[in-house]
Design a protein around this ligand. Structure first.
Ligand SMILES: *[C@@H]1O[C@H](CO)[C@@H](O)[C@H](O)[C@H]1NC(C)=O
Ligand SMILES: *[C@@H]1O[C@H](CO)[C@@H](O)[C@H](O)[C@H]1NC(C)=O
Length: 439
């Protein structure tokens, strides 16, 4: 005879099991793996797409578009380097990097030139020293953000995956200690080909940085893709959640602002939203379940000052307000149903995000990027606010998909140019960037 306690225990296990399947496994099959998903052919979309192939446009994980200046900036590492040096993928072969490692490339998007290379040039870092013993200005770029300060000045915030160095300025084994990632801030004047180094931020709260979202006045948030630099807990992030978002102030002091490593934490309700959202926020806070972060990828700040954090596992974009303690408080969730990479606003404030419709093909293709194409999806998320009904709505629309990755392959970032309707895309590991003209 089971005691009352054990019956309750078994009842709970059964209930837990059922809901485990419903909310967890079902999500793994349909969202993460995309079983049964209809992935469309690129020909079904009203765009003419092409790749721009150049050794210096390889493995451009992230891009930023200066809408007024008409310049696209891309952070490019080189494909051979990326498949060997990337903490997020547990690749720690430091010697496979190119001389100088990564480059920030600038392209004049309205001036293709005779060779169709858009006046391709590098923006060289000045007053900056890379990891010791590694050449002076060696850089290891991943995600980044930029801010136009006044008419002429742009500030860049880069994730920089520095090789760790030992006491004798020697490279030490990053597979043991992890990569010594920093956030590096630079400033340049529009039209120049150099950027001046302003500061380096190194913090325990920034352990696996993926992308930065600048907040103005030198503050920023940064997503940590995993819960740790290396080790077994990191491998479980995919399943049980993990990763975090850190907040850093202008002095370079950072703290964890929201984390997926611990059970749903209760954050202070002391939030100070814009008046427009006050009622909406309060309602959202009372009804929304807090869900744990799972591999938070390329986050951004929206035109509404909220922080949008896309997940590479559950396809959710968690929407956060920053409260008066500089913590992130989740106020909404946008469900896209597909693993996501970087999300970026265009000049109108619509959000564009690169998705992985077939994650198994993505994993395979990223290991062999010169031979394998990777299916890609570009989604647009448009927010509407109905003041009268106090309703906020996010509409998710597929703007482009390439089932075979024939042209748009392995895209991890997308910038929509409102003026021409063009989509510019970069790929974290594949050896080209991509551009699509509306037909
Ligand atoms: C590391 O990269 C170098 C250069 O590409 C290569 O020769 C070497 O075999 C790689 N080592 C490992 C352990 O993969
Ligand atoms: C990490 O980078 C910082 C900033 O350059 C440097 O001061 C520190 O010595 C580095 N640590 C390791 C272990 O490489």
């Amino acid at each position: 005879m089971p005691t009352a306690a054990t019956s309750i225990y078994y009842a709970l296990v059964v209930a837990w099991g059922a809901s485990f399947y419903q909310f967890y496994l079902r999500d793994v099959f349909t969202t993460t793996l995309g079983l049964g998903r209809v992935v469309q052919d690129i020909g079904e979309f009203p765009y003419d797409c092409r790749r721009i192939v150049h050794p210096r446009l390889e493995a451009c994980e992230d891009m930023w578009l200066d809408n007024e200046g008409r310049v696209l900036y891309a952070a490019c590492a080189g494909t051979e380097a990326r498949v060997n040096w990337c903490q997020a993928a547990d690749k720690f072969n430091v010697s496979a990097r190119r001389p100088g490692a990564s480059e920030l490339i600038a392209l004049d998007i309205d001036e293709p030139g005779v060779e169709g290379m858009y006046n391709l040039r590098s923006i060289r870092p000045m007053g900056y020293t890379g990891a010791q013993g590694d050449g002076d200005d060696s850089f290891d770029l991943l995600g980044f953000d930029a801010e136009v300060l006044d008419g002429d000045t742009i500030q860049f915030y880069f994730v920089n995956e520095r090789p760790p160095v030992g006491p004798f300025n020697n490279h030490i084994d990053a597979s043991v200690v992890g990569i010594n990632s920093t956030i590096d801030v630079f400033e340049m004047r529009r039209g120049e080909e150099v950027m001046r180094h302003l500061r380096t931020i190194l913090s325990r709260a920034v352990h696996d940085p993926n992308r930065v979202a600048a907040l103005g006045q030198g503050e920023f948030v940064v997503s940590n893709f995993h819960s740790a630099k290396t080790g077994w807990r990191k491998k479980l992030d995919f399943v049980i959640g993990g990763g975090s978002v850190a907040f850093c102030n202008v002095n370079g002091d950072c703290h964890t602002a929201v984390s997926g490593d611990e059970p749903d934490e209760i954050l202070s309700a002391n939030i100070d939203p814009q008046p427009l959202y006050k009622e909406y926020l309060n309602k959202a806070l009372s009804v929304l379940p807090k869900t744990k972060l799972k591999l938070p990828n390329g986050l951004t700040r929206g035109f509404d000052n909220l922080i949008y954090v896309p997940s590479s596992v559950d396809g959710q974009i968690r929407v956060y307000a920053i409260n008066s303690h500089s913590l992130l408080q989740q106020i909404d969730t946008v469900y896209t149903g597909m693993p996501l990479d970087n999300i970026s606003p265009d000049a109108r404030g619509d959000l564009y995000v690169a998705g992985f419709p077939d994650i198994r093909a993505t994993v395979k293709g990223m290991a062999d990027p010169t031979n394998l194409d990777v299916p890609s999806t570009i989604l647009r998320i448009r927010k509407t606010v109905d003041l009268e009904r106090k309703k906020v709505d996010y509409r998710v629309e597929k703007v482009l998909e390439d089932r075979e990755g024939k042209i748009v392959s392995g895209a991890t970032t997308v910038r929509h140019d409102v003026r021409t309707g063009r989509l510019w895309m970069g790929a974290a590991v594949h050896p080209y960037i991509m551009v699509c003209d509306p037909r």
